[in-house]
Design a protein around this ligand. Structure first.
Ligand code: PLP
Length: 376
């Protein structure tokens, strides 16, 4: 794929993008230019198509990183404390689930959490029990792939339980959207939130929410914030195709180009295949050197892999990180509570050749540090 410039990002985002995507940014458009309005429409249509959500949902883009879109979705779709005393249930098995509970807390929106260990997916049966016992829970909020560990959560089963109880479901699909299967025909949801710079391989700067139209229509006046009011953003875009505040014009054009490449590559299924191959090359190569994964293969999504820190006292993470960076690959520290780990991503504009080169770079760096095995 594209040459490294200045290095390949094996991280949870931003990620390595193609030369074409970067090229698409080399112009200065005005915010009301038809080119930007057209690109915004094309992006929205493409995202709805990826989610199989063209009939009952709308797509609302928003400036900022993914968390801004999550905060806008929660603030706009989860009503504040009202006469019905409703609350949200957040499923937590990592930092991103925890962050959503914190966002609700900061906004003063009532919420409860159901927490499982970072290597343990939430159980749909347990969610079923909680919803049966508490009629005041209006929404369930969950993370599809919890990027903290790289674990794949059982979205389909949870969505089924939430739909049976006729509650709303809000999904943080930030690190999975565009690669892992998520189709509105199979998974009933009120809203899915993701961003430009993960599996869709755009540059960072915008998030988006795919929300059920009827849910948006009922959301007027809910938002806790002026600029993160998803309802108002939606109304303005429906009315004249424009963003409420300065649009990230270069990001929009890059995202449009990235989505064209996504289609040309073969869409979601092909992206999933490429990322799964990337993961398999990475995990296979690392295991050959003795490294151990935090998750069993059955729970490991093809997004990012958490490795246990090697036990050899000669292994120093900063040296390892810097050695890999000097060889053209940037990796990420761990994010688990209470366990020494590091993470290597398998998403972005990378394929087998780059992943094989990454494994070789690890081998070289280990040799340079005098570490014989990656065993924990
Ligand atoms: C990346 C990510 C986010 C958003 O993070 P930002 O740094 O705000 O872009 C949210 N949830 C998950 C699961 C993510 O992987």
């Amino acid at each position: 794929m594209a040459g490294r410039d200045p290095y390949y990002l094996l991280t949870p985002g931003p990620l390595t993008t193609s030369a074409e995507t970067k090229q698409a940014m080399l112009h200065d458009w005005g915010s009301r230019d038809q080119e930007i309005i057209k690109a915004t429409r094309r992006i929205g249509d493409a995202l709805l198509a990826i989610a199989g959500a063209q009939s009952a949902h709308v797509c609302i883009p928003l400036q900022g990183s993914g968390t801004f879109a999550v905060e806008a979705a929660l603030g706009t779709l989860i009503p504040g404390e009202g006469p019905r005393n409703e609350k949200a249930l957040v499923l937590v098995n990592g930092a991103y689930g925890r962050r959503m509970a914190k966002i609700l807390d900061v906004m003063g929106r009532p919420c409860v959490t159901m927490e499982t260990a970072e290597d343990t997916p939430p159980s749909a049966a347990e969610v079923d029990g909680i919803l049966s016992g508490d009629g005041k829970i209006s929404h369930v909020i969950c993370v599809h792939c919890e990027t903290t560990s790289g674990i794949l959560n059982p979205l389909g089963e949870i969505a089924g339980v939430v739909a049976d109880h006729k509650r709303g479901l809000i999904i943080d699909a930030m690190s999975s959207f565009g690669a892992l299967p998520l189709n509105a025909a199979e998974v009933q949801f009120d809203a899915v939130v993701a961003s430009s710079n993960k599996c869709l391989e755009g540059v960072p700067g915008l998030g988006f929410v795919i929300a059920r139209r009827s849910v948006m229509e009922a959301a007027a006046g809910n938002a806790h914030s002026l600029s993160l009011d998803l309802y108002e953003q939606w109304r303005m875009m429906e009315a004249n195709g424009q963003w409420r505040f300065t649009p990230p014009t270069h990001v929009i054009k890059a995202f449009e180009a990235a989505l064209d490449q996504f289609d040309n590559e073969g869409g979601r299924a092909e992206r999933h295949r490429r990322y799964a191959e990337n993961r398999d090359i990475l995990v296979g190569g690392m295991r050959e050197m003795g490294f151990e994964t935090f998750l069993p293969d059955s729970r490991q999504a093809p997004i990012i892999v958490t490795f246990l820190m090697p036990a050899d006292p000669k292994f120093d993470f900063t040296d390892f990180h810097d050695g890999l960076k000097a060889r053209g690959f940037v990796i990420y520290p761990g994010k688990l509570t209470g366990r020494q780990t590091f993470r290597m991503g398998c998403i972005g504009h990378l394929a087998a050749a780059e992943m094989n080169a990454a494994v070789e770079a690890v081998r070289d760096t280990m040799a340079a540090m005098g570490v014989k095995s990656g065993a924990a």
